[in-house]
Design a protein around this ligand. Sequence first.
Ligand SMILES: Cc1cc2nc3c(=O)[nH]c(=O)nc-3n(C[C@H](O)[C@H](O)[C@H](O)COP(=O)(O)OP(=O)(O)OC[C@H]3O[C@@H](n4cnc5c(N)ncnc54)[C@H](O)[C@@H]3O)c2cc1C
Length: 461
Amino acid sequence: MTGPSVAVVGGGLSGLTAAYQLSRDLPGARITVLEASPAPGGCLDTVDFPSGPMELGAEAFIGRRPEAAELVAELGLADALQHPSGRSASILTGGRLVSMPAGTLMGLPSDASTLGEVLDPADVERAARETELPLDWEAGGDVSLGGLVAERFGPAVVTRLVDPMLGGVYAAPSRGLGLRQVVPGLALALDRGAPSLTAAAKELTAHRAPGPVFATLTGGYRVLVDTLATASGARIVTGARCTGLHREQGRYALDVAGANGRWTEVADLVVVAVPVPDAAPLLAATGGVDAAASSLAGIRTASSAVVALEVDRALDLPDRSGVLVATDEPVPFKAMTFTSRKWPHLDDRPGHLVRVSFGRLDDDEVLDSSDDTLTRMAVSGLADVCGSDPIVMHSRVRRWQNSLAEIGPGHDALIAEMRAGLAEGLPGVEVIGGATEGVGVPACIGSARAAARRLAAKWQD
Ligand SMILES: Cc1cc2nc3c(=O)[nH]c(=O)nc-3n(C[C@H](O)[C@H](O)[C@H](O)COP(=O)(O)OP(=O)(O)OC[C@H]3O[C@@H](n4cnc5c(N)ncnc54)[C@H](O)[C@@H]3O)c2cc1C
């Protein structure tokens, strides 16, 4: 039986996962993935250093969430799973590297007495008084994560602990992020009646599942991208930018621009899997889903850049997984990952592998620098952290435009409304990706699979 034709706009992890799931749930579907750039993968970008693969985008996923681990197993890649060494990150604050205090949850302390190395004594005292403050929490509610933490523990906990922890994942300060999306366990502990943030953090850290939190794959994310692309059986068209989406006689017409000109793809079902600044205008142009388009357009995004380095092993790299940077620290980078210290399977390279990350929401100044300048800043930051100049064996710079969304308070309700608007105004169209069910690899996989299942169920209805 011939199935529907499906167009997936965007060949990142979300688009490829949706294509794969649709191929399972709608056998016979003719699936086309339109990808604007020269290769699929989006923020998953493994490149070849002379010594082997190196990630320029995402480098890991949370293995304790089920979505990525299940997909990896389903694709037959479980044997390629790798876990970190267990070394922890340092925080760069006041010009010094200090250890991340024990018992923190996304930077939130469960015991203020551990904060002496990171905070001034007055700030430690203030954080310790958090348990004495009355907590005004409405079960099921949502608030600004950074706002709540600053109000209860004091702003130094935000600047020196929470924002450095979240900076690599969200690129947005925690004051713009919703507690429920970013630390769902904490929101649930408050819903259950925890009397303070300290108590909620203590409850969660005491019941942490044993074993490694993160995982990646031998060979890097390229393996996942290639396996998904093949398993989906989709026609993947690269260098193909979707510039318009219209409803035509119950089907959808997609305007596409490629190197060899423009054409139209016609599809019964459409998955839009591109960052919000690209998705919102596509929806707006269709007419009829103005509210959905404008709620997406209202989600702000941050750009970032990664400088990936391989440096001579003569450099005395700290025995840490990396460095998180307090947001009041006068350095241009926001984090460093000592990749070969963090991942034992990458520690057999001739040099140390290091990634230096730049870019925070509303602060694109440093990203306007040339690649050479970014590399110089990365190398000089590394020299400061290690106390001597590295000899660079290889380097690559990768910029990520508008790739990380600010998931604000009330995000879930906004997305539910957006989905309801789409179901009514553009039936058979789904919007997925990093700004819908949450930033990060597991969230994107979950979002894509759920959307594909909704489309399949609707088509078979
Ligand atoms: C530097 C960095 C590090 C990260 N590290 C981690 C990590 O370690 N762990 C983790 O879980 N998450 C991490 N993330 C987040 C994670 O990588 C993303 O949430 C996820 O990969 C997003 O996938 P996506 O498919 O939704 O979007 P994208 O990866 O952005 O893919 C969207 C694709 O759509 C294409 N596109 C855009 N517009 C159009 C158009 N009009 N027509 C056709 N194609 C179009 C783009 O070229 C792109 O390939 C990181 C992100 C970045 C930027």
